[in-house]
Design a protein. Sequence first.
Length: 481
Amino acid sequence: MTLSDYVTYLAQTYQSWELLLSSKEKSFTMSEFLENLRPEERERSVGIETGGEGDFIYDAQSGERLVQVIWSSARRGWVVKQIRNSKPHYYVTKNHLLVSLCGYDAAPCDSQVLADVPLNVPVCKKCYERLEQGAVGTQCAQERLNITEVLLRGITTRFSSSSSGQQFKRGLLVYETRLVGAKLAERNITVTVDGESRKIPIDVLRRDYHAAKIPADADVLVTATRGDGEVYCGQGTVAAVIEAWEKAPLDAFDRQDVKRMTTEFKLPDYHVDSKAELPELKRLYDRCNRYYRYVASQAEEFKRVTKEATSKLVLGLDQSDPMWDVTNGETRFVEELCRQHSELIRTESEKKARAKRWDEQQLELEQRRPLIETRNNLTNFPHKDMLLEVRNIGMIRIRDIKGKIRDGTMCPKTPVRYRSADEWVELCKFLNDWVRWKATVRQLELLTSLQRQHGITDDIPLDIGRSAVSKRISALIARRE
Ligand SMILES: [Zn+2]
């Protein structure tokens, strides 16, 4: 049982005044609590603890008490116990328990209390007398209460499947005693028509029901898959199940989802009031999204189409023929787009202009490439303090070159060299070659330390090649072994 399942069960079983849910900081009504649940909390697996200390919802894994169920002291009435064959007593709420007026009995707080019992059911005589005397206070119960209370306070019971013990219906363990409309999308729905049973998703069932393809009075069994089996979650006719589904209100997350989808495709007039209507919006959103992306991928042929224009076109087409995109939706959409929005089709001259602009951009990028590369290589250069000879300027530190490029003294084409005997080479090419082929700092450090171990004092030139340095390193390591 999940936390949201259990609170939903409470909300459907009790009136809102009958209980409050209290966490460490705050008390909530059941609906407030559900609204405030975070997605990860909703699916938390929980159990119910009930006893002298009160009723708690606890985490099924850690055993930690999460929420206390605080029962209203105004709850009172007859409790008909099905398990024990005793006569019904009249109970009032007292210290986390329902205590009988006669003082002989106590019941768990979550027991259903009735204002009346059927006329033919014999009730506890003492309770009846005291109730008749107008003794719906605590005074009368007080005498015997202490004993009962002390006895019951020592007992704490934990149920992990249901708050009312284990029950069976139609051969299945009862998980929910009646239909929960909001949960139907997650449930297994088995419909039996003419002795033949089929599992049908709720949306399909709703469509078939409204199309009169399925009898309204056909039997429906609702179950959930738990662990290795199925559990009972209510039953009814097709009409009753669809009604429950159509009445199920959206929760906070559904509303967020609706807002996101309607805002993105500018569907301000689209209203979703129940869970049953949500899949329709989701389907519309998915279709709009698919066509929007398809048109965007055809940028050579079409100018940019807004999301708003996309949804408008889809809705318009739906109105004239709801089946228009059952097959080849993308092709059909593009055809309609051409027909209704010829201004969005690129003309031959526009295509040419676009191609020309593209070429220009590429060319510009190509021209800027040496500058970008030079800057990047200067940033990544391993020896920032290394001196380089620049033609007509003289010796300059690597780290000062960026400034010289900025002030226009140097450019990627400026000839440079590392040794006075070397050929002049363009700065851009020089840096590219160095970064690609010369020894890394890590290699130089390793070679230095190996040479020291072997008592070698030769200088290592900074411009030694990557493969040359690794040969020397391997040779020294081999010598050490
Ligand atoms: Zn009684």
